[in-house]
Write a protein that binds this ligand. Structure first.
Ligand code: IPD
Ligand code: CA
Ligand code: CA
Length: 266
């Protein structure tokens, strides 16, 4: 599988951050059982990882913009390109010693995502995609799952929690979906949820209240694996609305229909 020079730069940056996060994750696993817990340690870990990524990317393409979760946005002088980065997606899993987190790097060109790299350093899984070139897990080409009926599917979702999101709305959506599917999963890392849809592990996924850095890389992975990723209305407003629904052609449509059902009266 041939990677472009740009994708190689992104992969290198992800590996640098991944190495740093792996070291910190080892320490977190030690601190996990202590009373104080690893909280402060983790808030350093993601900032450190973002700094490494930003330095690497800005060195390779100094004129590009940079939007990362942990630092002030840099507006690029070239006007067309922007990196979109979440240095650690799945912070709560990381903090609790659970190996389900990722480094997410996407490149946007004139408002469209054209390259994506997602690395889970705990499992050594590297997901990559370039627009028009397919999506890959390490060297294996990815394809979304082929199931057509919701009753055969496992669907991922993101759950709101203390201080986040609309709990009532989520419970209604969950109630509608759970009555139609073979299983539901909540991985705690939106970017990995999307990568799992691209890899056919999850048949579909929905979540609200997300930021561009949570989903930019995953959207391209899914589309390059032959799937659909849209906002709840089937449009391209995922960054503006923070909402996303995905799956193959059939499951994406069916899931959107179920999510739009009216509030049950009893
Ligand atoms: C969070 C994760 C989580 C999702 C949250 C995100 P973070 O990102 O992706 O799965 O449910 O909405 O904020 O804070 O771990 O980078
Ligand atoms: Ca995130
Ligand atoms: Ca994060």
């Amino acid at each position: 599988m041939a990677r472009s020079a740009l994708l190689n730069v992104m992969v290198q940056a992800a590996f640098k951050a991944g190495k740093s996060l792996s070291r910190d994750f080892g320490e977190v696993q030690n601190l996990q059982v202590s009373l104080k817990g690893p909280g402060d340690y983790v808030s350093q870990a993601d900032r450190k990882a973002e700094k490494l990524i930003r330095e690497e990317l800005m060195k390779a393409r100094p004129t590009y913009g940079f939007l990362g979760e942990e630092s002030e946005e840099i507006i690029g002088t070239d006007g067309a390109h922007r990196w979109i980065v979440d240095p650690l997606d799945g912070t709560t899993n990381f903090l609790h010693g659970m190996p389900c987190f990722a480094v997410s790097i996407a490149l946007e060109r004139n408002g469209e995502i054209v390259a994506a790299v997602l690395l889970n350093p705990a499992t050594d899984e590297l997901f990559t995609a370039e627009r028009g070139g397919g999506a890959f897990l390490n060297d294996r080409r990815l394809r979304v799952a082929a199931r057509k009926s919701l009753s055969d599917t496992v669907i991922g979702c993101g759950m709101p929690h203390l201080g986040r999101g609309n709990h009532g709305k989520f419970l209604i959506e969950q109630r509608h979906v759970m009555g139609e599917v073979a299983g539901m999963r909540c991985l705690g890392s939106a970017s990995l949820d999307l990568a799992y849809v691209a890899a056919g592990r999850l048949d579909g996924y929905w979540e609200r209240g997300l930021s561009a850095w949570d989903i930019a890389a995953g959207i391209l992975l899914i589309r390059e694996a032959g799937g659909y990723a849209t906002d709840f209305d089937g449009g391209n407003g995922m960054f503006e609305t923070g909402s996303i629904v995905c799956g193959n052609e059939y499951i994406h449509k069916a899931l959107r229909e179920v999510l739009h059902r009216p509030v049950p009266t009893r």
